[in-house]
Design a protein around this ligand. Structure first.
Ligand SMILES: [Zn+2]
Length: 140
């Protein structure tokens, strides 16, 4: 067992290994496998299996790759996309939670999302970030 560990460590020396993108890919494969259980169409099912295999092969390729810099770059791109997606999801959840009291509008100048108290009608608001005046129309 100790010998196997040593051989594995020697094999992985200089190779990329596991990162956030790997973990996400693994979760994605797992979700696809579960989804596949509920799909009755054999054509769709076989396509999903092929996608899972492609992801698995890609994961293996990345893990054992010796081009560490390129793999790190891919991971950085993935992390930035994940961060943006999480931000968008949390904003959407907040919009639903505060639907009775607040409205959210994007500033056309600096793209900041403004949280406004719900007051029906046309308003002129000042953006706290870029200080520009924005016309806002809240219908309901
Ligand atoms: Zn602004």
């Amino acid at each position: 067992m100790k010998n196997f560990r040593y051989k594995l460590a020697e094999f992985m020396n200089g190779r990329y290994g596991i990162d956030q993108l790997y973990k996400f890919s693994l979760k994605l494969c797992f979700v696809l496998l579960i989804v596949n259980v509920f799909i009755s169409s054999s054509i769709v099912s076989s396509v999903i299996y092929k996608i899972i295999w492609i992801i698995f092969i890609w994961m293996g390729y990345r893990t054992f790759s010796k081009k560490i810099y390129a793999r790190q770059k891919e991971n950085q791109i993935f992390i930035s996309i994940e961060k943006k997606a999480k931000k968008k999801i949390s904003l959407t959840i907040r919009r639903f939670k505060e639907i009775k009291t607040h409205r959210f509008r994007k500033c056309p100048n600096c793209k900041t999302v403004l949280r406004l108290k719900r007051r029906k009608g046309k308003l002129i608001v000042t953006c706290p970030k870029c200080n520009s005046k924005i016309k806002v129309h809240i219908l309901f």
